[in-house]
Design a protein around this ligand. Structure first.
Ligand SMILES: [Zn+2]
Length: 442
């Protein structure tokens, strides 16, 4: 196999021997199509969505589904109308988007919901042009105040989670004009505040029907910039939570690193903080429903939370403004977090499949060389990148780039690094420079 990009070995060893600096992020080559899409993210559109969603007064899971102006039913109709409009006006160069309402039964004995109810989720599918994989961006529709069964008080949920829904709406609007190889789905779930009910229902259907899900981002609270009590503030950092249930370097963690790389390339200066835990301390979210069904799923959330706003009745007390209203949000921050979502989803939707069967081929040899092998992907234009990182480092670096070898049964790479001192992975990269998720070599 011919190595395309050989990092001069002397320079490499110079770097390794003085490896005091943390591993730098892998840089994905920027695609002008993706950069152009990100430039279209509009603060005005986002503010309009959130104001519209807040105007439904409450989106509580037990709120009315028949009132045209109030409650979760009106909010669902709004989401359907918006997505259907974009589907009908989608670019003729791409397969037409499809909007669906997925309903499920919830509540009853043992449930946190006070009564039985049939609840809707909304999904818009932006089909890929050639691929069979899909990337899901998710957010939740429902809101609550302190009393979990109060279905009539004003519960605006501007941050929790109209901010996440604004991300999905803006993605659907923009991506409806852009053909991409793989499918992107925007999934609006209900039932989150009463036990992740909607995401569980959809994840179960996805498992039963064998949806070819590559990766999921759950966007839950992505627009608050200031911490309650401590008054800390940032619009330059966002958390991505990734679990590794069996203690291994999980696929969810590879997806989190991928999102971090995309942010570094497409939203410079905006830092994705890799949170090596399923979710915030003793709390959960809708990504876990997908993780539990065996899918690759992470959660994105703002860096600082404001507990005066989340799940609070809207009021003022001792000079403190309580409640999840739009004035509590940072729209510039939300714009950046939406761009990170879109960059990651569009990049993966433009990438070849990830290499299967990636492994350390000389696992049993006492050798200071490492040999990796993997099966070629179907895309003959793809090349491969070997990634490596020191065992205490959080992110991958690119070791080198390898061309497809049509004469070989298995693709291989041999290089002068110890398998004891680094972890390795391989990813496939499209002609346009879009990488797949990495396959870790074990
Ligand atoms: Zn939430």
């Amino acid at each position: 196999m011919r190595k395309l990009l050989v990092i001069a070995s002397l320079a490499l060893f110079a770097v390794i021997s003085c490896c005091k600096q943390p591993a730098s992020e892998v840089t994905i080559k920027a695609d002008p199509v993706i950069a152009g899409a990100l430039a279209q993210v509009s603060a005005d559109s986002i503010e309009t969505y959130i104001n519209d969603l807040v105007a439904f007064h409450t989106r509580h899971n037990l709120s009315t589904q028949t009132d045209p102006e109030r409650g979760i039913g009106a909010a669902v109709n709004y989401l359907v109308d918006k997505c259907e409009y974009w589907a009908e006006n989608a670019s003729p160069d791409r397969p037409m988007p499809v909007v669906e309402v997925i309903r499920y039964d919830a509540g009853g004995p043992g449930s946190r919901l006070g009564r039985e109810v049939n609840l809707p989720c909304v999904m818009v599918t932006l089909p890929g042009t050639i691929g069979s994989g899909e990337i899901i961006l998710m957010a939740h529709i429902d809101t609550r105040v302190a009393d979990n069964n109060d279905s009539t008080s004003f519960a605006p949920g501007a941050n929790d989670d109209a901010s996440g829904m604004a991300c999905l709406l803006e993605t659907a609007r923009i991506v409806s004009q852009i053909p991409l190889e793989q499918t992107i789905k925007c999934l609006f779930v209900s039932g989150e505040e009463h036990g992740l009910l909607g995401s569980q229902a959809v994840a179960k259907i996805a498992k039963e029907e064998g949806w070819p899900i590559l990766a999921v981002i759950n966007n839950d609270m992505i627009s608050n910039a200031v911490s309650s009590e401590t008054n800390l503030e940032t619009i330059d950092m966002v958390r991505v939570f990734s679990d590794s249930p069996r203690g291994e370097d999980s696929d969810a963690r590879q997806w989190a690193r991928y999102i971090k790389e995309c942010a570094a390339t497409y939203v410079p200066g905006h830092e994705v903080k890799l949170m090596y835990r399923n979710d915030r301390y003793r709390r959960g979210g809708d990504h876990t429903s997908f993780t539990n069904e065996g899918f690759v799923a992470v959660r994105m959330s703002e860096y600082y939370e404001n507990y005066d706003r989340t799940h609070q009745l809207v009021r003022e007390e001792n000079g403190i403004a309580y409640g999840d209203v739009i004035s509590g949000l940072s729209v510039p921050y939300l714009v950046k977090n939406i761009r990170v979502n879109m960059a990651a989803a569009m990049s993966l939707a433009s990438a070849p499949a990830k290499p299967e069967g990636a492994r350390i081929a000389n696992a049993n040899d006492l050798s200071n060389y490492t040999v990796l092998s993997w099966r070629a992907v179907a895309d003959p234009g793809a090349h491969y990148e070997v990634l490596y990182r020191e065992t205490d480092q959080p992110v991958w670096k690119v070791y080198g780039s390898y061309e497809y070898d049509p004469s070989a049964q298995l693709q291989t790479a041999k290089f002068p690094l110890s398998k004891d001192n680094y972890f390795y992975a391989v990813r496939s990269v499209s002609e346009g420079g879009h990488p797949s998720l990495p396959s870790v070599c074990r």
